[in-house]
Design a binder for this molecule. Structure first.
Ligand SMILES: *Cc1c(COP(=O)(O)O)cnc(C)c1O
Length: 446
């Protein structure tokens, strides 16, 4: 491995084990960049979301570089992790954004109008109020998902005498191997308009004085690891671009959506580079870029990409402490202080998150456990029958790859305040969202 690859893989691995001291090499501590997660938990409490700024930057740059062969803008998907410090960090790298609500749009407006101008607005149910807010801000593209939405946007734009740049989100009817809840590109899904109706709807859009046809968009789902469905989708899109151009439309933008998956499994954590190596990610993104760009090569379009998970998931972890152990004779439970309200992915999608101790002692025996939260739901678990290094009450654990669809999906079920979020850079750790208090939760109630 050459030196540059080695150093970038270090920044890419948000979380790494390092030997605790040169004399007692049998103990390894989990670090986020230059600080131990144990130290973060002590300072800020648990449950705690921790993100590595360097890892976010490294991943964004690798993603951006993979598309250097074509004019493009990366529009980071705000819904994956919408903390404003994270958004600011990405905006500083000249990222655009993909928003799916007026609330997410407002986050961008508060960063800068320039940022909003590089951003797209997606989602099946944009309300007229949200459309007006986006028109007022001036965004790059409205991704429209139905005839009714087109009509509503045309009315808003006309009322404001402002031209709205639009793309239609088409549904390419390609299957993608992922959880059914996050697969979106099949005919039966609520998303987009059927390919067969696209030309007719573009013709309608072109008739509205205050709509300007500017592109076409597609998003086939999330956590898609195999890149072939992306090629299949883009082949359909490329064919449609040609037809639409023949019909006289200006199709400048092709928005390929997001959806590139990550590996949530890390078999050998004690190897410093294994948590996420730079080469693995670069190779995977390059493959993805080839799959997306291939069908578009001769079309002279500006490509938009909306990655969320692949940028931010591995850059974050959720720290939690073991409160109790419990053995019912056949099963052993670790009851931890985080719960499904803090990270719902295991309950919602049966998602797998690697769970690792903050301190790894060599020769610790493993044991099979269920890692569960304190909430009154059987679905409140993080892992079932998982072989983990034996731990004790008070031990600190990290749930890896929790940077995406973690904090944004928290709820206050059981009147549990949501965790704080910490952004680490080198040896510095900043609170980018303070822990909620029970008073915060009751503030809106009478
Ligand atoms: C959720 C979503 C994304 C981001 O998906 P990831 O799997 O996180 O990359 C991008 N675009 C649209 C329209 C989405 O709904």
């Amino acid at each position: 491995m050459n030196r540059t690859a080695d150093s970038s893989s270090k920044t890419l691995s948000a979380f790494q084990y390092r030997n605790a001291s040169s004399r007692r090499t049998e103990r390894k501590r989990l670090y986020c960049e230059g600080v131990t997660v144990a130290d973060l938990a002590k300072r800020f409490g648990t449950p705690l979301y921790v993100y590595s700024a360097s890892a976010i930057r490294a991943r964004f740059r690798i993603f951006d570089r993979a598309f250097k062969g074509i004019p493009h803008t990366i529009c980071y998907s705000v819904k994956a992790n919408s903390n404003r410090s994270v958004l600011r960090l990405l905006a500083a790298l000249r990222s655009g954004f993909d928003v799916v609500s007026g609330g997410e749009l407002e986050r961008l407006v508060r960063i800068s109008r320039k940022t909003a101008a590089k951003s797209v607005f997606s989602g099946v149910g944009k309300t007229p109020a949200e459309m007006r807010a986006a028109l007022k801000t001036g965004i790059l593209l409205f991704n429209m998902e139905s005839e009714a939405e087109l009509h509503a946007l045309a009315a808003c734009a006309e009322g404001m005498k402002k031209v709205a740049p639009v793309a239609l989100r088409v549904n390419p009817d390609v299957p993608a191997e992922t959880h059914p809840y996050i697969s979106t590109g099949l005919h039966q899904h609520k998303f987009g308009v059927p390919m067969q109706r696209a030309r007719e709807l573009y013709a309608q859009a072109a008739k509205y004085k205050y709509l300007r046809v500017a592109g076409i968009s597609v998003h086939i789902g999330s956590q898609i690891r195999d890149v072939k469905p992306f090629t299949a989708a883009m082949e359909h899109v490329a064919a449609l671009v040609r037809e639409l151009r023949e019909d006289g439309h200006t199709i400048r933008y092709v928005d390929a959506g997001g959806g590139l998956g990550i590996s949530y499994q890390h078999p050998d954590l004690s190897d410093e580079n294994s948590i996420s190596s730079a080469e693995d990610f670069a190779a995977q993104v390059n493959q993805y870029a080839e799959a997306v760009m291939g069908p578009l090569r001769s079309l002279k379009v500006h490509l938009l990409l909306e990655p969320g998970r692949s940028i931010i998931a591995p850059a974050g972890a959720l720290l939690t402490r073991v409160i109790y152990q419990k053995n019912n004779g056949t099963k052993k439970f670790l009851i931890v202080d985080a719960a499904m309200n803090d990270l719902i992915r295991p309950s919602l999608y049966s998602a797998y998150h690697e769970i690792v101790p903050a301190e790894l002692k060599e020769h610790t025996p493993t044991e099979k456990v269920d890692v569960v939260g304190p909430i009154c739901e059987t679905g409140d678990f993080f892992a079932r029958d998982r072989e983990l290094p034996a731990s004790e009450e008070g031990d600190l654990l990290a749930l890896l790859d929790a940077g995406a669809y973690g904090m944004v999906l928290t709820t206050n079920y059981n009147t549990r305040p949501s965790p704080a979020e910490i952004l680490v850079e080198g040896k510095s750790a900043k609170v980018v969202r303070r822990r909620q208090t029970v008073s915060d939760l009751m503030r809106l109630e009478r």
